[in-house]
Ligand binder design. Structure first.
Ligand code: DAH
Length: 322
């Protein structure tokens, strides 16, 4: 009987009460053992029974109260929404990188890795940069020693790819580039490019503009118009720059496009025969095109944020928008 209290379902804060009652019962039991006459025995037995019954009743009552309290307080509403599970996300540049990769994988290109730490041989010589070109200066590029340079563009991947295989070549190579620029709204010393290279028989400028047109529409939507203008790069001849109609004014002219209606997205051109000679391809047989665009530029044009440095600040209020 008293055991029920000890093993009890009664909370600890209430333990005092049964302990006292238990002692009282124990004392009665001892008293009962020493009793010899019937009358006293019966009286004491009656007391014991009443005490035991009272204790049982009280124990039940306390257990019931405790159960009621727990049912009341420990209710779980399974219909409530659970805590939000915060998933991480990919950085905007990584998203765009993957998107561009997808576009070119869909066109049958291969994605190849380049090297972030390169040599002047691949970064400049192989790309037909003349001696004394400003990009060869330590004021413009980040050198580790006289011959070792952090790549200033993804274009060296063109030379390495052509050295490693025979044509036809259809590759893109994406990744980080480094230039000795002071960070401002449109420059950061580390940035990303996508390089593309196609070499085959009979490739023409029309193949290049068709491919870039496809990429521009994939990135910026079907309604954007594209335009190509002539330009100069040491490793392409002829060279062009791609423009897309301004997303703000749709070509009418505004502050964002410097009142021209067009925004430049990157360089391209027909691979200069000097590169084919450098890697041992026959320039009489093969022709090709190449292009190199900045991923940060694509991100800015697409999402209309005014300062490139936001991409490095890691402010979640910015990053979570994409
Ligand atoms: N590498 C050039 C740059 O960083 C971009 C570029 C222009 C890449 C023309 C090319 C190309 O492959 O054909 O400004």
């Amino acid at each position: 009987m008293a055991r029920a209290i000890w093993s009890g379902s009664i909370s600890f804060g209430l333990l005092n009460v049964p302990v006292k009652l238990y002692s009282a019962v124990a004392r009665r039991s001892i008293a009962l053992r020493e009793v010899r006459d019937r009358e006293t025995g019966m009286a004491l037995n009656a007391v014991r029974e009443r005490l035991e019954a009272a204790i049982d009743a009280r124990a039940d009552e306390l257990a019931r109260d405790e159960l009621d309290r727990r049912l009341r307080e420990e209710v779980v509403d399974v219909t409530l929404p659970s805590d939000a599970y915060h998933r991480g996300g990919l950085h905007l540049i990584t998203q765009i990188r993957r998107e561009v990769e997808d576009v070119f994988l869909g066109l049958g290109y291969r994605v190849v890795d380049g090297r972030e730490v390169g040599t002047t041989h691949y970064n400049f010589d192989g790309l037909n940069f003349p001696e004394g070109h400003p990009a060869r200066s330590p004021l413009a590029s980040l050198f580790l020693d006289e011959r070792t340079v952090l790549r200033t563009e993804t274009s060296p991947s063109q030379v390495r790819t052509m050295e490693a295989q025979e044509p036809p070549v259809y590759v893109v190579s994406l990744g980080r580039c480094y230039r000795r620029d002071t960070p401002d709204a449109t420059h950061t010393p580390i940035f990303h490019q996508v390089e593309g290279l196609a070499v085959d028989e009979g490739i023409t400028l029309a193949d290049l503009t068709g491919t870039l047109d496809f990429l521009l529409r994939a990135l910026f939507g079907e309604s954007r118009r594209t335009e190509f203008r002539s330009h100069y790069f040491p490793f392409t001849e002829p060279s062009i720059e791609a423009y897309v109609s301004c997303h703000v004014c749709d070509g009418d002219g505004c502050g964002v496009c410097r009142h021209s209606g067009w925004i430049e997205v990157g360089g391209a051109g027909m691979v200069d025969p000097a590169l084919f000679e450098f890697v041992g391809y026959d320039p009489e047989r093969w022709s090709g095109f190449a292009f190199g665009w900045g991923l940060e530029r694509i991100a800015m044009l697409r999402h209309e944020f005014p300062d490139l440095r936001e991409l490095w600040r890691n402010d979640l209020r910015f990053a979570r928008q994409f």
